[in-house]
Every structure is written in C-alpha cells, then in structure tokens.
Design a protein around this ligand. Sequence first.
Ligand SMILES: *Cc1c(COP(=O)(O)O)cnc(C)c1O
Length: 396
Amino acid sequence: MKNQTSLVHGREYLAIPGPSVMPDAVLQAMHRPSPNIYDGALIEMMPALTQDLKRVAGTQHEVAIYIANGHGTWEAALSNVIAPGETVLAPASGRFTHGWAEMAEGIGAKVDLIDFGLSSPWDIDRIAEALNADKEHKIKAVLAVHVDTSTSIRNDIPALRALLDDLNHPALLMADCIASMGCDRFEMDAWGVDVTVTACQKGLMTPAGTGFVFFNDKAQAKRAAMPRVSQYWDWQPRANPELFYQYFNGTAPTHHLYGLRAALDLIHGEGLENVWARHERLAKAIWAACDVWAQGGALHFNVADPTHRSHAVTALRLTEGRGTPLRNYTEKQLGLTLGIGLGMEDWDGCFRLGHMGHVNAQMIMAMLGGMETAMAALDIPRGQGALEAVAATLAT
Ligand SMILES: *Cc1c(COP(=O)(O)O)cnc(C)c1O
C-alpha cells in the first residue's frame, strides 16, 4: 500500500452472498409507522402478496410465511413432514446441505448423507444407488440444496426429480432455494418439487427476518399423516388462515411485509425471466474477469465447470492465503465488502462474491474494479485485461 489516503468514505457496497443489497424502494416502503394488525391495509394486502410470492417460486400450491431466517425454514419444513426415526437422504455439495442435515438429526431424523465434496455437483448415479438400495422406502425425503452458497455449486433438481420418478421412489423432494430464488431459474411445480424453502434477504432483496415454505398436495398428505407437528412450525393454519394472526402464529412481521411487497413489485415489474437473464449475464461478466485473472496462476474458481456454477454467488480461491488480505483491502480501502470463505478447509485462501438480487452492470464493474485495485495493491499475480474482457462481454 503505497498511498495511505483512505478511499472508503461514500456509499459502501456489500457484495456478499446474503444479505444482499437492499433496494431503496424496499427500505422506503419499510420506513413507516406501525400499521394496524387487526384491520385495514396490511390484512388486505396478504392475498396478492402470497400470490406474487408463489409466482416467484413457480408454484400454484401453498405458502407458509415465518418470522425466521433460512435456518428457521429448514426446521419449519422438516417439522411438518419428518417424524422422529424417519430417514432423509442428503446429497451434499457444500456446507449448507450439512447444516440442513444436522437440523434433521436435531428433530430426530436419521440422515443418510452422500458427500460430493466442495467443488462438485451431485453425481446422480450415486444418488440412484442410495435410492435403489432403499427397497422398503425408509427414505421419506431428499434434502436438495439447489445452490450451495458456500461452494457456489448449482445442482440439477430436474435430474433428481427424473431419478425419483424412474425409480418410482415416493420420497418427498425438498429444495433449499435460499440462495437461488429470484436469481437462478427455479420452477417448483414444473420441476416436480414437493417442498421449497427460502428466505427474504438474498434474491428477494428484503432485510433478513422472514422465511417461506412452499408445499404441494403430496407434502400436505405427509403432513396430515404426521403423529404430531410443533404448533409454531405447523404450516396448515399459516397457509390457510381464518384469521390474520394465524398467518404468523402471533404478531405479523409488519414492516417486512411492506418491504417484501416492494421487492415483489421490482421482481415482477422486471419480469422473472428477465431477472434470471440479468443474473446470468452479470455472472458471466464476473467469470470473464476471473478467467483473465486466473492466467496469473494465483486465482482459481472453486467450481471449474461454468455449467455447474450458480448465477448468484461465485466462490474463488487465492493461493498463499491471500483471500483474507484481498477482502480486508477492498473493505478498508475501497468500501467494498466481499464474502468470506464458508465451510472451506483453507479459510484465508477462499472468498466469495455475492451477485444476487438488486445488482446491475455498473455495480458489477465497480466490484471487479475494486478487486483489480486490491490485487494491484497486494501484488497478486494476475492476467492483464480483466476489466476490458468484462466490458467486451457486457457490450455484446
Ligand atoms: C443463506 C443460506 C442459508 C441460511 O440462511 P440464514 O438466513 O442465514 O439462516 C441456507 N441455505 C442456503 C442455500 C443459503 O444460501
């Protein structure tokens, strides 16, 4: 660092894979006095809100809303369909699948975990072996993390559905779309997903605090056959409330609902197909820069094959533990915060770029420019011309 003048003052940019950048429209919608929770506008907006939420998930079925983060929705979903002693299958390609599996153990399930490591997507043949061996259909659900945010791997959910159908296996297909919803293409009903969980602070662009569990008739049938379900997590009254307070089993997350309303307006105003296409183009622009930098030998993608990478998050590695110094530089010198490496063996070498939700081309250019600056300041070997490559990608 040759020049010590700090360049940090100004609007900071949090480029981590959740929480994501909060749109001003969302923040402004939340900036209001507490509304009446017994009568009026808040109650009246619920039917359209749930409808528009279901459109983002690609489902005509039900949704239950919880005052919870993503971890809460993991437990909520499991609590409705998995009884103690029942088995779930967890094909893991990163930290988040392990987390969901541990939560299943916590509610008394037996977990059959297949670990695909930290840089590979599911191998459908190995999942097939596990399902084939389960002649008695002890496996009641497959816990499928669509995008594992720790590794940035995107798994093939339609292929898993096809496998379950081929084998005539009745297990529920449960998808974690916390990182992918509103970023990577996901279509719950078309893909035959039975339960989908997500939370509001990533592609849904609302401050952390509400989570959503979508479920279809098959999942509801399993719910109906459960010996008991914890009253707070029970999705039945939440999805079909007779009274407003039943949506939330208590006080509503009032301001979050207004924020979410604004976020859904942004998503449907842009059009979901366009939202997905924007994420894809921006992800490819980021990868174009990284491909050039990688020529210097220090920077590596965690996921080598671009077809298995998420469009919402990119996990990267820098040799000699230079990920942490890079993050420290961009945050302390430039006002740009990059994501830590999560669940990786080499903590200091790994870092992640969040590019989910309310991000556009100029922000991505700024993030990449910040990385170029940090690598220059830290003398990290890198290929030259990364930003030109991004410009060329975006200009075509
Ligand atoms: C962020 C995330 C979670 C955890 O969500 P929290 O809101 O932090 O509890 C779980 N799964 C995936 C895939 C995520 O991206």
